[in-house]
Design a binder for this molecule. Structure first.
Ligand SMILES: *Cc1c(COP(=O)(O)O)cnc(C)c1O
Length: 409
């Protein structure tokens, strides 16, 4: 697909009072809900189970099969799934979690929930993913978990990270919230770590409204995750620690401090229906990305991320990177001008350590992550979602051409 900009070079920017490229705002992401999705949800609403019932297990099994792992454990958000994964890894107060800062705050916050400390390692400038060689140098005696984030949908260097984790006795976890449907060496994203975490927020590869999942091949993690999401309560006789107390079927034991992190059956039925269209969703995302790449190749001052060898991005995001100095000033101008053209651009992400909670409340020293700061100052995410029309792609390209001519020549 070749999408060429539609405006004359000199048309006036909307931010300066000109006519916007389109009359209504194009969001940067949006869920795709079909008639089938609605029917499945309605059927569950009329069934005997609203919260955790048979649909949860069906969704978990379908996901485990799709990704090719033994166990999938559904949670009520990606954030609670991260909390569960860090907990199952045995993360305790005083431990450290090594991760890159170009991610949603939850990847770091989940360490704080358990009294542990997130430690930030710089990213590679051309992918936004963790820099493997920098990561190995930052491992300390306190490091317990090494986290890879599949930024924008492109799987991180899972083989190298997994090797480092093994060598240093760490648990390797991938935050795969962006990458469900992507691949690494022909293996599905979500199958490449000790545990992988998914999110089903409406902007992610598939949605359940709110929702998340942990994927693993390890039955030890599976057992911990199952009880963690439901108050730490064990209901299996063979696992009771005080089996002597057992007098009847009412008996159950709370063995650990868990949470109510359960997904509902209503959500699971939506997720299962969505999963059946996942491959189509990703095909369309990749088609849009490829159209963007063709059009952007000729625009001055704009770069895009590389797709590294042996992997296919799920393109949760389509980030562009501005290359003209001063980066932050140009980013602000272009961001605001694009919004005025009714193109819903976004920025991903403010490095976690720059959030006031981390900087001020935790008094965490701002780490030395020059590439992360530089990445943040020049990044803009263009709209990308399965139901985007070709005319929407053209609007984005037209607006970017119009705006970049003004600010980046
Ligand atoms: C969305 C997201 C999460 C959290 O998922 P929720 O389902 O919104 O709680 C975690 N990490 C990353 C990278 C995300 O994009």
């Amino acid at each position: 697909m070749n999408i060429n900009p539609q405006t004359k070079n000199k048309s006036k920017l909307a931010i300066n009072g000109g006519k916007p490229v389109r009359p209504t705002l194009l969001p940067y992401g949006r869920q795709s809900i079909s008639k089938e999705d609605l029917e499945r949800v309605c059927k569950t609403l009329q069934s005997d189970w609203l919260t955790q019932g048979p649909e949860i297990e069906r969704f978990e099994q379908a996901m485990a099969k799709f990704v090719g792992v033994k166990f999938a454990i559904a949670f009520n958000s990606g954030t609670s799934a991260l909390h569960g994964a860090y907990y199952a890894a045995g993360l305790s107060p005083g431990d450290e979690v090594l991760l890159s800062p170009i991610t949603f705050a939850a990847t770091g916050n989940a360490a704080l929930y358990l009294g542990a400390s997130p430690v930030f390692c710089d990213v590679e400038p051309n992918s936004g993913n963790i820099d493997v060689s920098a990561a190995e140098k930052m491992i300390s005696k306190k490091t317990k978990i090494l986290v890879g984030i599949d930024y924008s949908g492109q799987p991180c260097d899972a083989d190298e990270l997994s090797l480092i984790a093994k060598k240093h006795g760490l648990v390797f976890i991938v935050d795969a919230a962006h990458s469900l449907g992507g691949t690494y060496k022909s293996k599905p994203a979500g199958s490449l770590a000790d545990m992988s975490v998914l999110s089903f927020h409406p902007l992610k590869s598939i949605t359940t409204g709110e929702g998340g999942m942990v994927l693993t091949n390890d039955s030890k993690y599976y057992d911990k995750l199952l009880t963690f999401r439901t108050h730490g309560i064990e209901k299996r006789y063979e696992r009771y620690v005080n089996a002597d107390e057992y007098q009847g079927a009412w008996y159950h034991e709370m063995q650990n401090l868990g949470f109510n992190y359960r997904m509902t059956d209503i959500q699971a039925s939506l997720g299962r229906s969505q999963l059946e269209r996942l491959t189509k969703f990703i095909d369309r995302r990749r088609e849009i990305a490829s159209a963007y790449k063709k059009s952007l190749a000729t625009m001055n001052g704009i770069e895009f991320l590389i797709e590294k060898e042996h992997r296919e991005s799920a393109y949760h995001l389509f980030p562009i990177l501005l290359s003209k100095e001063p980066l932050a000033l140009n980013r602000k101008l272009i961001f605001e001008a694009m919004r005025a053209e009714n193109i819903g651009v976004q920025v991903h992400y403010l490095p976690i350590y720059r959030h006031p909670y981390y900087k001020d409340r935790l008094s965490m020293e701002v780490p030395n992550c020059p590439e992360s700061d530089r990445f943040y100052s020049r990044e803009i995410s263009l709209p990308i979602f399965p139901d985007m029309k070709d005319s929407d792609i053209r609007d984005v390209v037209t607006a970017l051409d119009k705006v970049s001519r003004e600010f980046l020549q």
